[in-house]
Design a binder for this molecule. Sequence first.
Ligand code: FES
Length: 587
Amino acid sequence: MSAEFLRAGTIQELKSKGRLVVRGAHRPILVVEDGGRIFALDNRCPHMGFPLDRGSIEDGILTCHWHHARFDLASGCTFDLWADDVPACAVELRGDEVWVQPEFGRPDAAAYWRQRLEQGMAHNLGLVIAKAIQGQLAAGVSPVEIVRQAALFGARNRDGWGTGMTILTAVGNGLAALPEQEKYLALFHGIRRVAIDCDGEAPARQRSSLSSRPSLAALKRWLRRWAAVRHREAAERTVLTAIAIGAPPPMLADLFIAAETDRVFADGGHSLDFINKCFECLDLIGWQHAADLLPSVVGQMVAARGADESTEWRQPVDLVALCANASADLADAFAIGRDRGPWLDHTQLAQYLLGDDPGTIIAALTAAASEGASCADLGRALCYAAALRVAQFGTANEHGDWETAHHVFTYCNAVHQVLKRIAGDPEHVADYIEASRAVLHGALAVYLIRYLNVPPARLPAAGDDRLESMPSTIEEIRSALLDAFERQHQIDAAAHLVMRHLTLGHPPDLIISALAHALLREDAGFHAFQMFDAGVRQFGEWGNTEPGRHILVAVARYLAAHSPTERSWLQTADIAARLARGDQLHA
Ligand code: FES
């Protein structure tokens, strides 16, 4: 039903005052005359809500007097894309009176805001992106659908996977557990980072699959061959062919990880981490988009340099040779242990993995496999060991060393996730032998960073005095934790508060939600999102057990070491939210 027209005033009044402002049901309406024509527009500047009747008009152009955005009076369209278009409404002359129809609704709000999101991302405009997310959520678009739009934009507009896509996936993974009001902020972080990554970048080059139908075994051999000689185009066509012939996700994962692990700890672990995140992104948005996304991680995989070119992996112990020799032993051990499960010694294996002799570490992994541990079991133990490196990170180290600890933990988490994915296909469980090399690489990466635990930070434990002196209710702990993140150097306080919450048996989801809140309100970097995402996933493996608590302590310590920040992202998101509510920001 159309809105009723409202009387704005007489033509004479309009001419004498230059402009009229009519109180509409939902917003004030500006009525102006220019060049003999009369126009009616929303009086709130679409940028940040400043009253447009305080602006100036010249040559058919309305200029807002806060940040000087300019608009075409006739259509409301902006000349300054960061400002958005002003909604206009119908004008009718009845005798010498001016009437306006206060109808600004868009026939398809979801489609409109979707297009605005595309434009905001194309021009890397933070406020436009935030408004478009707000608009889509208000129009009932699901958060996952918004992630899909942003992921496909990122895949099209950058020639390779970027950190933004990883952040988008990390926040997408956590969306279901977030309260409604935080979903918007999480989406804003992820989508804005994709836009930044694409800004000024060459778009993705489209390649097609082969028209033949080779076997998956042949495609796997070929992908390894092309990765070895760094032939990106050939590798992408091979991947696209595997998708075209209908390879299921576990087999696509196996294909990638076999080629990826032909190089030891390639690209410092980043390459495998990105591949895993790309898989997780497809889990979120649907594997029907595999051909759009998977080629984006091929370039980095084929270009990655292996640890064989790194001194620390070669001397004083040749860890690369150790891995090469151990991979055959590990394959034999899996064959011996295949029917011996279930194997439950993850915690004990993790302690072996924290040792200082690489030969003993490899032997412990091989022994576990021969006793019935699956590849995914090894990955789980590996992740706990890597999390303990972060949980016990000694603050006598340089601050930048947090990233060394973080890299190894997130790499190990990626290894664990891809191994679970591959092993999840029982038909092809024998094929994950190449992928299992990633466990060896991860274990030796954990070994190499043992210096970060010298001296080790003390883990909070039930019964220690400081823990017992902490607040005890859920609300008090949350408040104290968020307060700790307001100040620098509150690493131990954050660790104790998280441990306090968990040892008191409070619901783990609530402390994870507090950590999410602490993360999302900051200008958090790529690593903080990775750390949170990997930590929550690994906590999910253990639940509220001692290892699970240590993993969340690791997350809390890392986040506390990187808080607070300026919170400029929160401010932008807040401006968009307040504008959507109709707040007067200029007042
Ligand atoms: S330009 Fe109008 S509020 Fe900023």
